[in-house]
Write a protein that binds this ligand. Structure first.
Ligand code: GAR
Length: 207
């Protein structure tokens, strides 16, 4: 995606504390990183990541989804406007806990990525760590993928695996996975922003 004009203007969408957001912001500080974090947007005004973004000197806005009620697309149109107002070219979801409609996903197709705390296609949706423990799997992990209209079903860009250890609970397992999230998300963003990984005919090429 990299253009002659320079680094790809990227927005990070969050709903909460934003630890993955911080990992992306830190990676993008390197002069040779192909993406520039130009905006952080949250769907809730009390998302802790908003303040963290501002103190890192990044423009941060809230587009509150609540006034839109059941009008998901109305919310997304407002979000899309904020993205366009900031000249955004690539969007990274980082703990953004709203399901996106086909309207938004199609509009940003190939330029919209997400991190999910499981080894997709296993454990789509929420409570992934509890469900992995309950299923008794030996390995768990995280996945960065292109977003497609079907939830957590887009093609994988990068994955990282961790062992599930005896005595693990949700907290210990999620901490082990999160460490890997912070490692692979910047790598995956760099792959997409540089054009090394692309979405072509519904498949991830070069990933
Ligand atoms: C991360 O574990 C991320 O993978 C997960 O939410 C957490 C956000 O943490 N995302 C999802 O579950 C998306 N379905 P963070 O705000 O500290 O990055």
């Amino acid at each position: 995606m990299s253009t002659a004009a320079g680094r790809v203007r990227t927005a990070i969408l969050i709903s909460g504390r934003g630890s993955n957001m911080v990992a992306l912001i830190e990676a993008a500080r390197a002069a040779d990183f192909p993406a520039e974090i130009a905006l952080v947007a949250a769907n809730l005004p009390d998302a802790g990541g908003l303040e963290r973004a501002r103190s890192a000197g990044i423009a941060a806005v809230c587009v509150d989804h609540r006034p839109f009620g059941k009008d998901r697309e109305g919310f997304e149109r407002a979000l899309d406007e904020a993205l366009r107002a900031h000249g955004i070219e690539l969007v990274a979801l980082a703990g953004f806990m709203r399901v996106l409609t086909p309207w938004f996903v199609t509009r940003w197709q190939g330029r919209l990525i997400n991190i999910h705390p499981s080894l997709l296609p296993d454990f789509r949706g929420t409570h992934t760590h509890a469900r992995a423990l309950e299923a008794g799997v030996a390995e768990h992990g995280c996945t960065v993928h292109f977003v497609v209209p079907e939830l957590d079903a887009g093609p994988t860009i990068l994955q990282a695996r961790v062992p599930v250890l005896p005595g693990d609970d949700e907290a210990s397992l999620s901490a082990r996975v999160l460490e890997q999230e912070h490692r692979i998300y910047p790598q995956a963003l760099a792959l997409v922003a540089s054009g090394a990984a692309r979405l072509e005919n519904g498949a991830a090429v070069g990933a």
